[in-house]
Design a protein around this ligand. Structure first.
Ligand code: FCB
Length: 456
């Protein structure tokens, strides 16, 4: 079956948007050029032992210097939208709130370049790269950071708002709180539950204030947030309770305050003494009406009760099944869980329309005779896009799908060891090569959008 024949079988609404996604620290490089200052990810990646092989985002895909040819590449994939993030410390390198003209010029080139190529710009304000000066001043635990975030958001809406298609405040706040402050895997690499809870709450307040600030600046700019909801399953019938607690903690601490203006009851009961003192008072600020939300989905989560009864809430442990297919990063491939997750979330919460803002797979196929034959990634994408189509056919309002990622890039704590791109990057030459999956995706987008084929 050719790529076109297989992609033609996917039925999606005519106005469904296909895109590709990236994030600033993962692709831009130019880490200390043109006035940019360090973020917590610069500090973390330069700390020995934190990132595999000591890799850093200093150069990454050198996108800062290659933005124009990278946008051409995106256009060649026939997508209608590009999801990127702003580097906060490139735009506001110091505590004084003075904007960095070179940073502004870069994002002007990026956004205008999208519009010239008929790509809808989907912007993210925070994809984990907190300016180091804000971290040093108390980070997300401090209200001052939330206020600085709201000012930054207002600036983005004032300056870029009439050219952006959508803006989200946070990308996966679960990662920038639980993975970073409780599991110690991401910057700043701490393992501290009370701090984690204040960071979750601080990020929620920042989100709410930023939404208010952007609405006041540009009321018709569609606003949202991106969440990596976990598709939680019990490993056996006797661990149902663990699955409920896991969902409550890992999803509920985000969905409930953001969409319902409350924290999950069981979690509050169990964690009460550790929660920030003002957490009830801030809920009205946090629960701002949103125009849409983004779901990032990669893999399901299987859980059981924690080994020790003394563990703190949610007292669960993740289980790695051995009877499943995995990508090179070790994540289980299971597309039907995406359909189930969407249905479950819409049943549990009052949610606005959704975009799948990230989905994709790590496979480390290399260049062979000028091409990259990554059939497993193509199959992964096809299965998951079909899972989205299935959810839509059951009434879930999904408006678009973004493949993670445009190109291979700096995969956080895994450094450059895991390749998620539709486009291969040779990091020694910065040569880009569209992989088999990229050609397949371009065919899918072309037939969906009714475009005439690009000349080779
Ligand atoms: C998501 C992140 C994204 C990328 C993918 C693989 O959690 O948002 O930056 O690293 O995982």
């Amino acid at each position: 079956m050719t790529a076109n024949e297989s992609s033609n079988q996917i039925q999606l609404p005519d106005n469904f948007v296909f895109g590709v996604a990236t994030a600033a620290y993962q692709i831009e490089g130019a880490a200390s050029e043109d006035g940019r200052t360090a973020s917590i990810w610069d500090t973390f990646s330069h700390t020995p032992g934190k990132v595999l092989n000591g890799d850093t985002g200093d150069v990454a895909c050198d996108h800062y210097h290659r933005v124009s040819s990278d946008l051409d590449l995106i256009q060649q994939l026939n997508v209608g939208a590009y999801r990127f993030s702003f580097s906060w410390s490139r735009l506001f390198p110091t505590a004084g709130g003075q904007v960095n003209q070179a940073g502004l010029d870069f994002y002007d080139r990026l956004i205008d370049g999208c519009l010239e190529r008929n790509l809808q710009p989907f912007a993210t304000l925070y994809h984990w790269d907190l300016p180091q000066y804000l971290y040093d001043n108390g980070g997300w635990e401090s209200k001052e950071t939330a206020l600085a975030f709201a000012n930054y958001a207002k600036f983005i809406a004032d300056h870029f708002g009439d050219r952006l298609h959508t803006v989200v405040t946070f990308n996966e706040p679960w990662c920038s709180s639980i993975l970073s402050y409780l599991f110690g895997v991401h910057a700043p690499g701490l393992k501290d539950l009370p701090k984690t809870l204040s960071v979750i709450h601080g990020q929620h307040i920042a989100h709410g204030l930023a939404i208010q600030a952007m609405r006041a600046s540009k009321s018709d700019l569609p606003l949202g947030i991106v969440l990596n909801a976990q598709a939680v399953y019990p490993i056996g019938a006797q661990t149902n309770g663990a699955a409920v607690r896991h969902h409550d903690f890992h999803n509920g601490l985000f969905f409930e305050p953001l969409f319902h203006g409350r924290y999950p009851e069981q979690a509050v009961k169990a964690l009460a003494p550790l929660l920030p003192k003002t957490f009830m008072d801030d809920l009205p600020t946090i629960a701002q009406p949103l125009d849409f939300w983004g779901l990032n989905y990669y893999t399901p989560t299987w859980v059981t009760d924690a080994a020790s009864a003394d563990e703190l809430y949610p007292a669960t442990a993740e289980v790695q099944r051995d009877d499943v297919t995995r990508t090179d990063i070790g994540w289980e491939v299971k597309a039907d869980c995406l359909t189930e997750l969407l249905k479950r979330l819409y049943a549990d919460y009052s949610l606005p329309p959704c975009y799948i803002t990230e989905n994709g797979a790590a496979y480390n196929h290399e260049l062979v005779e000028g091409g990259v034959d990554d059939l497993p990634r193509q199959e992964y994408l096809e299965q998951h896009i079909k899972a989205v189509a299935a959810a839509i056919s059951e009434g879930i309002d999904v408006k678009g799908y973004f493949a993670w990622s445009l190109m291979d890039n700096f995969e956080w704590a895994e450094g450059y060891s895991q390749r998620f791109g539709l486009v291969h990057v040779d990091y020694s030459t910065q040569q880009r090569t569209v992989k088999r999956s990229g050609h397949w995706y371009a065919d899918l987008c072309q037939s969906h959008r009714g475009l005439s084929p690009l000349s080779p």
